[in-house]
Design a protein around this ligand. Sequence first.
Ligand SMILES: Nc1ncnc2c1ncn2[C@@H]1O[C@H](COP(=O)(O)OP(=O)(O)OP(=O)(O)O)[C@@H](O)[C@H]1O
Ligand SMILES: [Mg+2]
Length: 280
Amino acid sequence: MPNDNSTSSAAPQVLEKEALTQNKSAVFKGNNITCTFGHGKKMVKGIDDVTFDIKQEEIVSIVGGSGCGKSVLAKTMLGLIKPTSGKLLYKNREITDPKVHWREVQAVYQDPFSCFNQFFTIRSQLKDAFGIFKDKISNEEKDRRVDEALMAVNMKPNEVEGKYPFELSGGQMQRMLLARIFALKPQVLIADEPTSMVDACVRANILDYLMKLKHELKMTIVFVTHDIGLAYYVSDRIFIMHGGKIIEQGSPDQIALSPKSPHTIELLDDIPDIHKEWIK
Ligand SMILES: Nc1ncnc2c1ncn2[C@@H]1O[C@H](COP(=O)(O)OP(=O)(O)OP(=O)(O)O)[C@@H](O)[C@H]1O
Ligand SMILES: [Mg+2]
């Protein structure tokens, strides 16, 4: 992690960590994947000939301007969009049944309210989430795991008791989404702009929860953001996208300190001032 006060004396540890990451097997492997929408003159390329891999327990950020293909790439990894051409493998296999895929690969999105039904209590929806698993889980076990997950995101179970989504704030609902992740303990989390609608304080909290998830559950995280400063703070590797392509990829320091593409330089110029201090 670039934020662990790495100094020259810590360099051997950094190198050791990089070597460990390089030895891990690939969770996702994309080879020349293209996703197109529509036909003829109206055809749009969401992503265009993208090749990448994401290793076990890595945090990879996908960064780029609006419309560059970040969410389309994230959706292919979730099994929501099938590539039009090329090959995408999850643990060396193609994604054939999304429902089976979601037992291991889960998502958090920008708008937590769209992920919860307003007419059911939060607890009942957190418990329903266990329905994706093949094995039946008892009601008591579901309650126990939901309580544990709520406490992991600093909510007391009684703060949520009997509550519906509209009775909580946006920031609290973002935490409910993360609680669902804590409860389901997926191997991979795809986080698509999970902090773009919240204030700086809640944003810092969400990032801390993501780090906690990564360390406690040893998860692989794909983090989608516009903000290269945030990506620098949380990632092991950064992919820069533009026009549907991954135009540059590397460690946070490679990307931030020796950017190659003018689009990367543009993104670096756009970092909000409050995040600039992260890049030393
Ligand atoms: N279902 C769809 N049908 C048609 N075009 C789509 C569809 N989904 C995405 N696109 C197009 O694919 C391109 C990439 O979209 P994508 O949602 O990945 O952008 P993004 O990088 O996530 O942008 P933002 O930062 O605004 O969320 C855009 O031109 C978009 O209009
Ligand atoms: Mg998007």
